[in-house]
Design a protein around this ligand. Structure first.
Ligand code: HEC
Ligand code: HEC
Ligand code: HEC
Length: 492
């Protein structure tokens, strides 16, 4: 880890020492030429110099890492906040998904304790209810603003970027004030946050100063605020926290923003010009998907995307439209209705009666007989029955899942199915974990890729199926949790 911090400091400063070194050489050479004499630095001088440099670097780093504690306050009363501010705070908190991360399964909303697995260990979300002991009841607005902008808590400790402050840093002071008003008027909950379980020595928070030095571009960015969609998507909405790739130290790679990333055992597809969706998204279809959690020609939002859309379901429509407009621009597709492409598969209108699939309709693909047989018996009856979304399964030709760069989400869906949607008692798609063997799933995936896409076969499918079957995904429980934790009347 010392290596990490040193290399962190080096990375920022690297240009300057190189410059000094070069200048020193030039001066030396000139002196040598003038006086024709060679100076041999003595070992003791060298050692002293090195020790001095280390002490200076250490002191510099400590100064950088140190943040003052901000004074505790008496928890503010509800009357101290205007009701409109609280209401807007509720909407903004939903766009920021504060409820999704700060609520443990079966726990109280905002009371924290959700385990967030990272490649470096588990970080637990904290209690952000206004409880004065266990929560943020004694935080001033200034302390809250600092946490959102700099990732530092009231006592001055650095916070882990599992809290997406690398995005929230772009949130304006006015919006943070509204979120603060909303959180401080929630029910206080006395729930202690479990201790994090991180690999040594990452439990030592001052090290995070090095991470921030390297990767945190502190906001605000005033030019962003003129574009409401960009402001919400890049900042509070933190779409890039899942949809952008990360480097080895867990930092979002901004040069590849929105070009696809990992999220809790799911793959968050590219939502820029490299989107793998077989039917180009438009501003309107993006709006429908983000607002309703599904879209007729693109299917349903699953896994970690489900709580995102559950929150976007009730915030002001113009906020969701702004985000959709921004993503459509990133994808570089036409955004006017005139350019909406014809669906690859005709979408059945409401009231179309389901028909049983004719297994003759399942296209043969050379070398894929075993996979075709699994598809025909396990999948076709729903996915080619023509029942409208969201309750009928869409034709997989139109789904992003078989077209993506890896089959992770397709495997998740086949193993665990999809939970019941509102208005349906049975799960909308059953899981096949107990029914299909790994080998059958590998054959099935090979068939689906070959029959319904024009992409190259996936590689490493067998290992991935094994890994996903062993691992734990968050497929089934998350959507309903998030729906329950969305406040019915935020000002109450
Ligand atoms: C992706 C998950 C995630 C989301 C979304 C998220 N947080 Fe957090 N948050 C965390 C984690 C994890 C921590 C604890 C970090 C640590 O211990 O260093 C945290 C810490 C905090 C803290 C510091 C609290 C303390 O006691 O130190 C505040 C304040 C906070 N979050 C507010 C918010 C708000 C407001 C939102 C919504 C706008 C939000 N968070 C959304 C994961 C999240
Ligand atoms: C917590 C992680 C996470 C966050 C935050 C998130 N997404 Fe997603 N998103 C995903 C995952 C995972 C998928 C794939 C879901 C699936 O297979 O159904 C997805 C799917 C999508 C899709 C469908 C892509 C396709 O071609 O099928 C769109 C569009 C999208 N997200 C937009 C957004 C936008 C806009 C935001 C920010 C407001 C956002 N997402 C925030 C994880 C996330
Ligand atoms: C009982 C009906 C049913 C069966 C059987 C079924 N599905 Fe589904 N499936 C659904 C429904 C409903 C959805 C949600 C709507 C949608 O997204 O297509 C869905 C969604 C999906 C999706 C996500 C599509 C998208 O992009 O939104 C994939 C992929 C999928 N199913 C694959 C399969 C495979 C492979 C099989 C066979 C192993 C299968 N399904 C069997 C009903 C079914």
């Amino acid at each position: 880890m010392r290596g990490f911090v040193l290399s962190a400091a080096w990375w920022r400063l690297r240009c300057r020492p190189v410059l000094f070194f070069a200048v020193g050489l030039r001066l030396d050479r000139r002196r040598n030429m003038l006086r024709a004499e060679v100076t041999v630095p003595r070992l003791k001088t060298l050692l002293l110099g090195a020790a001095g440099a280390i002490v200076l670097a250490g002191a510099g780093f400590a100064a950088l890492a140190w943040k003052p504690a901000l004074d505790p306050v008496t928890p503010p009363t509800r009357e101290s906040f205007p009701p409109e501010l609280i209401r807007r705070g509720a909407e903004l908190a939903a766009i920021g998904d504060c409820n999704t991360c700060h609520t443990a399964p079966g726990g109280k909303v905002f009371a924290g304790g959700l385990a967030l697995p990272t490649p470096f260990g588990t970080v637990y979300s904290t209690n952000i209810t206004p409880d004065p002991e266990a929560g943020i009841g004694r935080w001033s607005e200034a302390a809250f603003q600092r946490a959102m902008r700099e990732g530092v808590d009231r006592e001055g400790s650095h916070l882990y970027p599992a809290f997406p402050y690398d995005h929230f840093t772009l949130v304006t002071e006015a919006d943070n004030r509204a979120i603060y008003a909303y959180l401080m008027t929630r029910e206080p909950v006395r729930a202690e946050t479990p201790a994090n379980e991180l690999v040594f020595p990452l439990g030592f928070r001052p090290l995070l100063a090095g991470w921030k030095l390297l990767f945190l571009e502190e906001g605000p960015r005033p030019e962003l605020e003129a574009d409401h969609g960009a402001y919400l998507a890049e900042g509070l909405g933190h779409c890039g926290a899942c949809h952008s790739p990360r480097n080895a130290l867990g930092a979002v790679q901004h040069d590849h923003a929105l070009s696809g990333g990992e999220a809790e055992g799911w793959y968050a597809y590219a939502v820029n010009q490299s989107s793998p969706a077989p039917q180009p998204w438009t501003e309107e279809s993006l709006f429908h998907y983000l607002r309703h959690g599904w879209e007729a020609s693109h299917g349903i939002a699953r896994g970690p995307m489900a709580p995102v859309v559950a929150n976007l379901a009730w915030v002001p429509e113009e906020d969701v439209r702004a985000i959709a407009g921004y993503v459509a621009r990133k994808m570089g597709h036409g955004v006017t209705p005139a350019t909406v492409p014809a669906p690859i598969i005709p979408v059945p209108g409401p009231g179309t009666s389901p028909t049983m699939a004719d297994s003759q309709a399942v296209p043969p693909v050379p070398g894929q007989d075993a996979g075709r047989a699994v598809y025909a018996s396990a999948c076709a009856s729903c996915h080619e029955a023509g029942r409208p979304l969201p309750f009928g399964g869409m034709h997989l030709k139109g789904s992003t899942a078989p077209h993506g760069p890896n089959p992770r989400n397709l495997i998740n869906v086949v193993l665990d199915g999809l939970p019941a949607a509102e208005g349906e008692r049975a799960p909308i798609m059953p899981g096949f974990r107990a029914v299909l063997t790994d080998q059958q799933i590998v054959e099935l995936l090979g068939y689906i890729r070959a029959a319904f896409t024009d992409q190259q076969p996936w590689t490493g499918v067998e290992a991935l199926v094994r890994e996903v079957r062993r691992g734990h995904t968050t497929s089934a429980s998350r959507p309903t949790d998030a729906v329950q934790s969305a406040p019915a009347d935020p000002t109450q």
